[in-house]
Write a protein that binds this ligand. Structure first.
Ligand code: ZN
Length: 569
């Protein structure tokens, strides 16, 4: 494709589903009737090109609709995408079926590596026509959860607030305001508790029954397959959680104790947890353009690879970061396959989060940019555990340059970033532990589930104090964690990625070049290997091994102590 074109020049044309169905069917039939390996590989590429084109049109519709929800044309095209994209899953399945059963399977492996067969096998383990209806019901329950959550209304100081409205007051620097906001949030959730209990209960039973139809004992192996995990299982994840308990929970406890001294309260309650400094968080006083200018300078300094990447993103209009009227809330990074370019979508709000969002999404984009040349779409992104390494590492690898954005508040920003990440790890482990219990015990009652959560919360978050808030005290904090509803067995991925990102951070403080080379190597490999293979190929340490925790913990302690001293200077 023409790499001179900018985002605004990418042409959108609605996919003709009948025509595409015919072409894809023909490509897959031709693969099946190929008489030589060259013929087989040629038709494979033909099919992949079609898949890329469909994905490109759907992605353009999605981005352009999100950029301006008032644009009626893209609103209609986005609806068309939602309705039609599931149809193409069928072809993906056919494509993989052809691969696994082909007499040219070994030739395909020679061309693409062993991992393509892994992916084909995993895909087939997650799907059969017998669960088609169940998948539709699952989606319905997921959207019901989303609707209930967004329609949540609470009364606050005589006004009605929705979730994002109340969040603002929940992080106020005034403690009484926070307490009041938490109370109204707790009240609203308490009213709805049975609704959330029941949606989740239905989801658990449905997922369990799908797993049984596919021949599994319970949902866990299916959940792992849906996450495309091919080289680790629940046992390793269980050990990983116990390492978090042993190494990270004590660090998080210490952070919480220091926090109480810093903000001058007797002990940290739930409504204090996000408040790190008595006089407020780090302040960012830069406009969107200034942030992008500083980021350009930063990526020029970091390495020639990041410099080239970032100037490409800018000159091709591949970032839209400012929040504006009519723009959908949220942030993401996605690949536009026909042009082989990433696109970063954000909603800057002027807070210090803007910098986090930019470095995080730029990490995802950098990987997509580096590995976009694979012709197999599945090789352009790895599993989510690996994807989050690209993004989280970029946050840590740019620590040295944060002064450009935060000036005298730099150490406040860095202390907050590091300590929030450390506090996050035990929570991710708790959510994961809970999911394993839930799907291993599909017959457990709603009460038993909540009791289990409460008990485990005491182990992973021993400092958590809800101060008598009745909904939260009832063991239901997890209901706010959307991943449990939308993407079961996902979440531990963030903690796995974080352990690797911290490892790279430590290496970066020792030798910048070595750390960067490992990072770039990992990004270049995209999704061409499984999680542990990718890590090994990039000379990184296995996050499941205890010695990896040993390796990172000293550095975390050191940097927290240094930052803690510096932040007040
Ligand atoms: Zn991410």
């Amino acid at each position: 494709m023409n790499d001179k074109l900018k985002f605004s020049e990418y042409k959108y044309k609605r996919i003709n589903v009948d025509e595409m169905t015919e072409k894809m069917t023909k490509a897959i039939e031709s693969m099946d009737s190929s008489r030589s390996k060259d013929e087989y590989l040629k038709f494979m590429k033909e099919y992949l090109k079609l898949e890329d084109h469909v994905e490109t049109m759907f992605t353009l519709a999605k981005i352009r609709h999100a950029l301006n929800v008032h644009d009626e044309f893209y609103e209609e095209e986005n609806r068309f995408k939602d309705e039609n994209s599931p149809k193409f899953k069928h072809f993906k399945n056919q494509f993989y079926m052809s691969l696994v059963n082909s007499k040219f399977k070994e030739d395909v492996v020679l061309e693409y590596g062993e991992h393509i067969i892994n992916l084909a096998n995993i895909f087939q383990r997650t799907y059969s026509d017998s669960i088609m209806e169940d998948l539709v019901s699952e989606n319905k329950l997921i959207s019901k959860y989303g609707k209930e959550l967004t329609s949540l209304k609470m009364k606050f100081r005589g006004e009605e607030k929705n979730i994002s409205g109340i969040f603002y007051y929940m992080s106020s620097s005034d403690r009484d305001t926070r307490i009041e906001a938490y109370k109204s949030f707790d009240e609203a959730l308490f009213e709805k508790r049975h609704v959330f209990d029941e949606i989740f209960d239905e989801l658990v039973k449905l997922r369990d029954s799908m797993a049984k139809k596919l021949g599994y004992e319970n949902f866990i192996p299916l959940g792992y397959a849906r996450m495309k995990r091919s080289d680790y299982g629940p046992k390793s994840v269980g050990e990983f959680r116990s390492h978090i308990k042993k190494y990270i929970v004590p660090l998080a406890k210490e952070i919480i104790l220091k926090q109480a001294v810093e903000i001058e309260v007797d002990s940290i309650k739930i409504f204090d947890e996000n408040i790190l400094f008595k006089d407020g968080n780090a302040v960012l006083s830069l406009s969107e353009n200034e942030i992008v200018d500083k980021a350009t300078e930063m990526y020029d300094l970091l390495s020639k690879e990041t410099s080239e990447f970032f100037s490409f993103m800018k000159s091709h209009e591949l970032m839209d970061l400012k929040s504006k009227e009519g723009k959908k809330f949220g942030g993401f990074c996605t690949l536009i396959p026909d042009y082989r370019v990433p696109f970063i979508y954000g909603n800057f709000n002027g807070s210090s989060d803007d910098v986090d969002i930019l470095t995080h999404e730029a990490g995802h984009a950098f990987q997509m940019y580096r590995s976009s040349s694979f012709d197999l779409p599945d090789y352009r992104f790895p599993t989510l555990d690996s994807c989050e390494i690209h993004s989280m590492s970029m946050e840590f690898l740019t620590y040295t340059y944060m002064e450009m954005f935060f000036k005298e508040d730099t150490h406040k920003f860095l202390y907050a970033h590091m300590s929030e990440n450390i506090k996050f790890m035990p929570y991710a482990a708790l959510i994961d532990d809970f999911q394993h219990f839930v799907y291993e015990n599909p017959k457990a009652s709603i009460e038993e589930r909540n009791e289990y959560y409460k008990k485990k919360e005491g182990e992973y978050l021993p400092y958590r104090d809800y101060d008598g808030l009745k909904y939260f005290e009832s063991g239901r904090f997890w209901q706010k964690q959307g991943h449990l509803f939308t993407d079961p067995m996902y979440y531990i991925d963030y903690a796995l990625a974080l352990v690797i990102a911290l490892q790279l951070y430590k290496e970066f403080t020792i030798n910048k070049e070595t750390a960067l080379n490992k990072y770039i190597k990992l990004c270049d490999l995209g999704g061409s290997e499984s999680f542990l293979r990718l890590i090994e190929s990039s000379s990184l340490m296995n996050p499941f091994e205890e010695k990896t925790f040993d390796f990172i913990v000293e550095e975390i302690k050191k940097s927290l102590t240094t930052l803690n001293k510096l932040k007040t200077n």
